[in-house]
Design a protein around this ligand. Structure first.
Ligand code: SF4
Length: 675
């Protein structure tokens, strides 16, 4: 018996609708969903090959426990009893939990509740720390909220789209289609990227090809031009912002020539971009990891938000500064409080949030101090629980991460494969994923959609939330984790996270394309545009920021003469865990190619296709040389999907002091032809 079942693509956070073709409990095919508002019948290569990873032969099917140094099969009871007894030994600040942007909201909610209620610590984080922690730190002081303030559908109405550090065509292909449609309607597209990516080539009208790591200098130059030429939106600035005098004074003290020299962009190109953005009726800014993943990431975001404010590009559909969280539930896992400084609903630790949740959860002594951020948690805790994320590929300076994880008193990893991280665990738990369980996700534009359970998980794999409930019960907290289904968890979420209050499972079943939070009541349609009348700051105003340019932490020198940057390709997803187990995607690109400019290749005697060693102060990896004009002289690009050429073995773990974001996007490297 064959059926066609609707679901949402498991890859990026655009949240495209697809149909799965299911025969006798097994998925045998898929088609894009033509009536889904996000993709309207389109899917990118990942979405067209969405389900094969589920059937990879190396899916985990049974719990594993390390005995005499080897992981051996066990029962769930044995594994859960062991976890509970070991975690009872942990002092509260000795424990840390890492969740994933692929967890459902229900999973994420119980994971953070377990960490706070049972383990008594705010040491809970998720991979969002490594992608968008600079967003929260950067946007908070300016507009009071770190979420996408519009609907992705409204990008079509923009007449200027500013893409900063985001290779939209490869990373959010269906959002790129919206921008393409805006272009067809006459919009201009400005691309800020040190590489001449496919986005810069095919979408961009103006390419600000900056020297890597100089984003703040570029944005200051644009703001200076706008203010010097009187192109700012005076009415908007007057009625909706503070800080213009300080900003104007600071920018007038800067020299445009020096800024242009710093970012290595001609003044004329900067002027063209500044005028285009300031004069647009509807200007939209999208940004991603090319901006975020620097020691100055939060600075650059404060500056970008100020740029949007002085141009009056906020508060209308299609405007504003939009972070683009990449994982399917990158937004929702943060909404649920899997962050060391936020209880659910972004209620900040240290502002009385713990007292509020003591009442809501009817518990005492919830932690009132911030927990450890992601990378410090790996280094400083003795007991860790890692759920659906793979720091052995995703964290910077992987060799150091391996040593820290190997030294753990106790490490539990819960995943769908024996990942590089799971291989180091004392206990490995097999879990259900995507359509093997039900739950909700919040996609890039706060679009809440529900995933239904359509097939059975392999072997004895269980949903993540079930594991947490079982461990909590064994540790004496049955009453506080008395959940027997995701629906029951979601009902509690609705009570404690106000923006989700009006969203129900029943409404999501009917709402094609989901509901954008905040949705305060059950008859509320959801909110597509933020900040229409005021910002989320205490005084409701946008706070313009003076931001000084600081160079990257690690610069080139005679020993390490090139800059290295990392990123993605359209055929793969993040650490490759799913896409590399999808034969069609892996056959498109099955190994790492590092892009080297022809002049640099010539001076290093590197030929196209040769194996090269990329060496930084952390270590070295090998990749195949792809000689390409996509990178300017002095810059080398390495994709981060390939464990055998693990980019994060050599990236710089130094952190943005404001938010703990590692500087993935720039470090110094040398190139050698491999022997
Ligand atoms: Fe899936 Fe994103 Fe591609 Fe849509 S754009 S099909 S959600 S990977």
């Amino acid at each position: 018996m064959v059926s066609y079942e609707k679901t949402i693509c498991p890859y990026c956070s655009c949240g495209c609708g697809i149909y799965l073709v299911i025969e006798d409990g097994k998925i045998i095919g898929q088609e894009p969903q033509s009536d889904h508002p996000v993709n309207e019948g389109g899917n990118c290569p990942k979405g067209r090959n969405a389900y094969q990873f589920l059937y990879s032969e190396d899916r985990l099917k049974t719990p594993l426990i390390r005995k005499n140094g080897t992981l051996v099969e066990s029962t769930w009871d044995e594994a859960l009893d062991l976890i509970a007894s070991k975690l009872k030994e942990a002092g509260k600040n000795e424990f840390g939990l890492l969740a994933s942007g692929k967890n459902t909201n229900e999973d994420a909610y119980v994971l953070q509740k377990f960490t706070r209620v049972v383990m008594g610590t705010n040491n809970v984080e998720y991979c969002g720390r490594l992608c968008h922690s600079s967003t929260a730190a950067g946007l908070g002081p300016v507009v009071g909220s770190g979420v996408m303030p519009i609907s992705q559908l409204d990008l079509e109405s923009a007449d200027c789209v500013f893409l900063a550090g985001i290779n939209l065509k490869e990373t959010f292909p269906l959002m790129a289609r919206r921008v393409m449609r805006a272009k067809e309607n006459g919009a201009k597209v400005i691309v800020v990227d040190p590489r001449r990516t496919v986005t810069a080539r095919e979408l961009g009208d103006i390419h600000l090809q900056l020297k890597i790591g100089t984003d703040v200098a570029v944005i200051n130059a644009l703001m200076k031009i706008i203010l010097d030429e009187g192109l700012e939106n005076k009415e908007f600035i007057e009625s909706r912002t503070t800080g213009i005098d300080e900003l104007r004074k600071y920018l007038s003290s800067l020299s445009l020539e020096e800024l242009a020299e710093t970012c290595e962009i001609p003044i004329g190109t900067l002027q063209e971009a500044a005028r285009c953005f300031a004069k647009a009726k509807t200007g939209s800014v999208l940004y991603n990891q090319g901006v975020n993943q620097h020691t100055t990431g939060s600075d650059a975001i404060r500056a970008l938000a100020s740029l949007a404010l002085i141009a009056g590009q906020y508060g209308r559909p299609g405007t504003g500064l939009s972070p683009t969280r990449g994982q399917i539930n990158g937004e929702g896992t943060g909404d649920m409080g899997c962050l060391n400084v936020f209880y659910p609903g972004f209620q900040k630790v240290g502002t009385g949030a713990h007292e509020k949740f003591e009442k809501l959860w009817d518990v005492e002594n919830l932690p009132a101090e911030p927990g450890l951020p992601y990378t410090k948690m790996i280094q400083q805790t003795k007991y860790m629980w890692i759920v659906g994320t793979n720091p052995m590929m995703a964290a910077p300076d992987v060799d150091n991460v391996r040593e820290a994880l190997k030294a753990k008193e106790f490490l539990v990893v819960q995943d769908i494969y024996l990942t590089e991280t799971a291989e180091l665990a004392h206990v490995v738990l097999p879990v259900a994923t995507w359509v093997e369980r039900e739950g909700i996700h919040a996609y890039v534009d706060r679009r809440v959609q529900k995933i239904e359970k359509l097939i059975e998980a392999p072997g004895s794999a269980k949903p993540d939330w079930w594991v947490v409930v079982e461990v909590a019960e064994r540790m004496g907290y049955k009453e506080k984790f008395d959940f027997s289904s995701p629906r029951e968890i979601f009902e509690e979420i609705r009570q404690v996270v106000p923006p989700y209050k009006g969203i129900t499972y029943e409404r999501l079943k009917e709402a094609l394309g989901g509901i954008q939070w905040p949705c305060p009541t059950e008859d509320h349609p959801g909110t597509s545009t933020f900040f229409t009348e005021k910002f989320n700051t205490p005084d409701g105003l946008g706070h313009l920021q003076v931001v000084e340019y600081r160079p990257p932490a690690e610069l080139t020198d005679s020993e390490y003469p090139y800059f290295l940057t990392t990123g993605r390709t359209i055929f793969h997803y993040h650490t490759g865990t799913m896409s590399r187990r999808t034969p069609k995607l892996d056959s498109e690109v099955s190994y790492a190619q590092c892009q080297i400019n022809p002049k640099d290749a010539s001076s290093e005697n590197i030929r196209n296709g040769q194996k090269v060693t990329l060496r930084t102060r952390r270590g070295s990896v090998e990749a195949e040389a792809l000689i390409s004009e996509q990178v300017p002289e002095g810059l080398v690009f390495l994709p981060f999907h390939f464990s055998e050429s693990c980019a994060n073995k050599i990236t710089n773990p130094v952190l943005d002091p404001t938010c703990g974001m590692p500087e993935y996007k720039v470090c110094a490297v040398k190139l050698e032809v491999s022997k």
